[in-house]
Design a protein around this ligand. Sequence first.
Ligand SMILES: Cc1cc2nc3c(=O)[nH]c(=O)nc-3n(C[C@H](O)[C@H](O)[C@H](O)COP(=O)(O)O)c2cc1C
Length: 371
Amino acid sequence: MSKADKKVSKDRPGLFAPMTLREVTVRNRIWLPPMCTYSSFARDGRPTPFHYQHYVSRAFGGFGMVIVESTAVAPEGRITPCDLGLWEDGQIDAWRWIVDGIREAGAVPAIQLNHAGRKASTGCFAVGYDGQSVPEEAGGWPTMAPSEIAFGGLRTPRALSVDEIHGLVGAFAAAAGRAVAAGFQAIQIHAAHGYLISQFLDPLSNERDDEYGGDLTGRSRFLVEVVDAVRGAVPEGVPVLVRISATDWAAGGWDLDQTIALSKVLKEHGVDVMDVSTGGIMSGVSIPVKPNYQVPFSEQVKAKADIPVTAVGLITKPKQAAKILAHGEADAVEIGRAALRDPYWPLRAANKLGIPSTEIPYAPQYVAGAY
Ligand SMILES: Cc1cc2nc3c(=O)[nH]c(=O)nc-3n(C[C@H](O)[C@H](O)[C@H](O)COP(=O)(O)O)c2cc1C
């Protein structure tokens, strides 16, 4: 982006401008990104009172879109035994009160659908084995991936057959249908961070010599089929977002050029927003983490693939977030860890930016406490 383009433009929508995607209008451009909480303690994929409290309080805090964390499309696709799931119809009802709560607070409920592939069956605070594979005797399970290549010290996966891949495409579509049945208004497909879809995309983890490997078209086939199947399983008016890692930060791996080429294809297949993150396919790479460190990637995807994007990654300050939109580097920003410590980040940001409280999303019950 040239210096002239980067000049702040008053014509560009600000943080509190609504954004319409298909038939869904999001009240602002400050979104909660998906963040695992590993709190489905009965290990049945169902949400708990914790999830209600966690997501609905952030909706009351003013977030425009609340993207529920990585939710498994199959039990073997859970990152940990305590992940959320939508792999069977019996799970739908357990979601309704959360979805209703988010909507009642004025936010758009979205959900990230995922299969962890070779990074499944790992530990967490509630299970132990943090950062390791959970043994089968402790409730873990064998993993699967495009190729028999392990991630770091985790267990080696077996390679999926073509029939199994077709089954997984169906699993994503079925889970998306269940999400809509539960009331979710947008679907995010997790194609980032080294989970199953990203394992297919990446030459470092995909050594297949069939139609699901090889060149960019082959490695992208699984994701494109998932997108088509999900689009076919949800109403036309429901936006579909894809989260992507724009780079592995490693030589010979997935990179920005492939991300841009893929984003153009996904746009043709009806994807509405690219949520641009990075990393996760390899352990031990050096990532230059600092404020805005992923923003140049979202800016490039937006400019070169001509598709709406979100920016994420160490965006913590209101002015910093506002500038990203004013510079045209993204269409919405996502506030992750800062929202774990402050569920009311958007309301506080509005105050810091001098926006009158009448113009921002206070629920009537909380107006008396407005800044
Ligand atoms: C506790 C935690 C859990 C996360 N879980 C997910 C997840 O389920 N899906 C995902 O795509 N990213 C996940 N992420 C990444 C975040 O969505 C976000 O991209 C990252 O934290 C960078 O943004 P931040 O600097 O604002 O936190 C997680 C991050 C954290 C801190």
